[in-house]
Design a protein around this ligand. Structure first.
Ligand SMILES: Cc1cc2nc3c(=O)[nH]c(=O)nc-3n(C[C@H](O)[C@H](O)[C@H](O)COP(=O)(O)OP(=O)(O)OC[C@H]3O[C@@H](n4cnc5c(N)ncnc54)[C@H](O)[C@@H]3O)c2cc1C
Length: 430
């Protein structure tokens, strides 16, 4: 299995780092965290060597600490708000969080409060960060929760998108297992809208349904040559690499091979993962083409720096105008630049220009309104409920492709909305 790129802290390093925390009376790091993790409190616990306590503190706000500790854009969030930033010495909060979660996975020190079961049954569709958060939060409240997932394992993008060198599969698996231990049941290989409908879920006795299906449809570029062999979606490429690493497909099925000349279109997180994974598949050259300047790049800084370190070259202000080809195969990407048209030679072009929700659930369920791009419209009270009573939604399927922690933040609020809805139903004797 491929080694994780960034090493975690040792005990001594974690304690030393946590001791640098000033325990500010108004902790800006906490304000900077979308889920308002009690960062000073867990830093304090780590500084005393109380790692189990630190894990319990983090768990009050997060079901996915080992994941957030690795993939959150900390530089814009907690660490970006740390007062020590002024001196260029922000606490490495993400690495401390990761240490605490990894330590707990081995030591199992934290004591989980016994969950008191209460009446109410919730179906969660999708097991990405949004679905896992809703499932974990509602299971902790005592509801019966069943998660339906179309893939063969829970985890969503965490498992099939973000590559192993950034987020090891083991870390995702132990996180989903921990949520399962709260009483959540996973039903995998089940596509809602095909194998089961939302109406059938209600007939099975669920009180509420949560849609956390993300944005599964990758956008394509409607340019001449778009159907040439070698023009590939990055999400597909990343998924195939994952399946190959798991031994589920042959290497020949991975669409980037040793010696390929690869151009990646886009400059977000997906583009960074695609270009860095292409390097790891031993492509001869990897170039990122982006239509705007560097300052508009949406990828996390660490990922961009990682890509440069990996040897990826970046072409700014290169707006694709045509996929150039010969005998049905792509040979290059023609781009408009401020200096005129250029062709970047490539036998593989990976698209990473965004994605949007699939229509499968909405097209098989009456009464759920969406905007013109397919994003589910939800309301404030109860938080996250769609235009159809009892059906809630959250994460990327509502708020457009964002980040793990933003999907979690919304999902936490929706979990409260679902609980309020079920309690009201019970009160009314429905
Ligand atoms: C390659 C890549 C790299 C990224 N890197 C980062 C990063 O470093 N940091 C960061 O914070 N964010 C990153 N993101 C963004 C982040 O992963 C997403 O914002 C987040 O996963 C959204 O969570 P979600 O739960 O809404 O949706 P998803 O994670 O997309 O989960 C949706 C789940 O629903 C399932 N599903 C869909 N339709 C159905 C159906 N009909 N029936 C049953 N199941 C269904 C899917 O299989 C999937 O498991 C990245 C995204 C990608 C694609």
């Amino acid at each position: 299995m491929e080694k994780e790129e960034i090493e975690g802290y040792s005990i001594a390093e974690a304690v030393a780092e946590a001791r640098r925390c000033l325990n500010c009376p108004k902790p800006l790091c906490r304000t900077g965290c979308p889920i308002e993790n009690d960062i000073p409190a867990f830093n304090h616990a780590v500084s005393l060597g109380n790692f189990g306590d630190a894990f319990s503190i983090i768990s009050q706000r997060s079901n996915l600490p080992a994941i957030c500790g690795r993939v959150c854009p900390h530089e814009n969030q907690c660490e970006g708000h740390c007062v020590l930033n002024k001196a260029g010495k922000a606490i490495h909060i993400g690495k401390i969080e990761r240490f605490v979660a990894d330590f707990e996975a081995d030591a199992k020190l934290a004591k989980d409060n016994k969950i008191q079961k209460i009446e109410g049954k919730v179906a969660v569709i999708g097991s990405g960060p949004a679905g896992l958060t809703v499932a974990g939060d509602l299971a902790r409240k005592g509801y019966e929760v069943v998660v339906y997932e179309s893939e063969s394992e829970p985890g969503g993008v965490l498992l099939y998108g973000i590559p192993e060198f950034r987020l090891p599969k083991d870390v995702v698996r132990r996180t989903t297992k921990k949520i399962e231990e709260l009483g959540v049941k996973y039903i995998t290989n089940t596509v809602i809208g095909r194998d089961l409908t939302v109406d059938e879920l209600f007939k099975d006795g669920f009180d509420a349904v949560f849609i956390g299906t993300g944005t599964a449809l990758a956008k394509s570029l409607d340019l001449p040559g778009k159907d040439l062999t070698g023009v590939i979606q990055s999400n597909y490429f990343l998924r195939m690499v994952r399946l190959y690493q798991d031994g589920n497909v042959e290497k020949t099925e991975v669409p980037v091979e040793e010696g390929d000349n690869v151009v990646v279109i886009g400059a977000g997180n997906v583009a960074m993962d695609a270009c860095r994974t292409a390097v790891r598949m031993k492509a001869a050259s990897v170039t990122v083409a982006y239509r705007k300047t560097e300052e508009f790049m949406r990828a996390a800084k660490a990922e961009y720096e990682g890509a440069i370190k990996d040897g990826v070259s970046f072409k700014w202000e290169h707006a694709p105008v045509e996929f150039v080809g010969e005998n049905g195969r792509v040979t290059g990407l023609k781009c408009q630049t401020p200096e005129g048209e250029v062709v970047l030679p490539a036998n593989k072009i990976l698209l990473a220009i965004g994605s949007r929700p699939a229509a499968r659930i909405l097209s098989t369920t009456e009464g759920i309104d969406a905007d013109e791009s397919g994003y589910v419209i939800t309301r404030q009270r109860p938080y996250g409920m769609s235009t159809r009573r009892g059906i809630f939604a959250g994460g990327d399927v509502v708020h457009k492709p964002a980040t793990v922690v933003l999907a979690m933040r919304e999902a936490k609020k929706v979990a409260v909305g679902i609980s309020e809805f079920i309690e009201a139903k019970k009160l009314l004797g429905e």
